[in-house]
Design a protein around this ligand. Structure first.
Ligand SMILES: [Zn+2]
Length: 267
């Protein structure tokens, strides 16, 4: 078996982890934005390159669907599939979130993650890149049900203020979500989120970002869809906290914003 990437010899994907450790631990930072995103809703916000973004489970477990765009050019956006190839099917500290073609650069580097990184008994891991967002088309297709607070709806509403539409919403990083593939059929499975009040997932913005999240209507995914016997799992839903901190410029002197990959031509 040949791994797509050797985690012990990352080669040209290597970067100075010490710098990101110092950024993660620094107290030379200033909180510049804080917001609580209510259950079953979306929120979008801008982040300057060189900032830390923290997503927090403030009251209890909750899955959080994340989209990223280049704030100055929304055609450059998060590419879940390439990130899955380059980093792994689940991400944690020191993994990077990559942008789509024709750009291909790290949009963000994960600096802090308080969730478990060891697999569950079923082989499930946290912060999922295997699945995507829940959406109203699938509810209609599978159940003939109209449902308008899916993550796709929430993300679409959140980015409308930035003149983006549902065509701009893309495959997500499912923060705080535990998933895997069953070993027999490789069918996607989900497990309840283990996030506790105060847990967080933090990343460093490598470029100016527009971020958007949805607080998934299935909450912590202990009962997804509408729960057993048609029960609505609203009791399993919790808000998500967003915090943005500006990192002191002195610490960022060693940091260089990444450039898109430059090639001669695709034609
Ligand atoms: Zn969802």
């Amino acid at each position: 078996m040949r791994l797509y990437r050797d985690p012990d010899a990352p080669g040209r994907l290597d970067f100075d982890r010490g710098l990101y450790e110092r950024i993660a631990k620094t107290d030379q930072k200033q909180l510049v934005h804080a917001h609580i995103v209510p259950i079953r809703s979306g929120y979008a916000w801008q982040v300057k390159a060189g900032s830390l973004v923290r997503l927090l489970t403030v009251e209890g477990p909750q899955v959080c669907d994340l989209n990223l765009w280049n704030m100055n050019n929304p055609r450059e956006r998060f590419w879940a599939a390439r990130t899955r190839q380059l980093q792994g099917a689940h991400v944690t500290t020191f993994d990077r979130l990559w942008s789509c073609l024709p750009y291909l650069r790290p949009m963000a580097t994960i600096t802090n993650d308080t969730l478990p990184t060891t697999p569950t008994a079923n082989g499930g891991r946290c912060h999922d890149l295997l699945g995507s967002r829940c959406d109203p088309y699938l509810y209609k297709l599978l159940d003939d049900r109209d449902y308008d607070v899916t993550c796709h709806n929430n993300l679409t509403r959140a980015v409308a203020a930035y003149h983006l539409t549902e065509l701009d919403v893309h495959d997500v990083l499912n923060v705080f979500q535990v998933t895997g593939l069953d070993p027999v059929h490789e069918i996607y499975f989900m497990e309840p989120s283990p996030a506790k009040p105060g847990d967080f997932f933090e990343f460093f913005a490598e470029i100016d970002l527009l971020c958007a999240i949805s607080t998934c209507p299935s909450g912590d995914l202990s009962e997804w869809g509408w729960g057993p016997e048609g029960a609505d799992p609203v009791a399993n839903c919790h808000p998500i906290g967003v915090e943005v901190s500006a990192v002191d410029g002195e610490l960022l002197k060693e940091w260089k914003p990444p450039e898109p990959v430059s090639i001669d031509s695709v034609y």
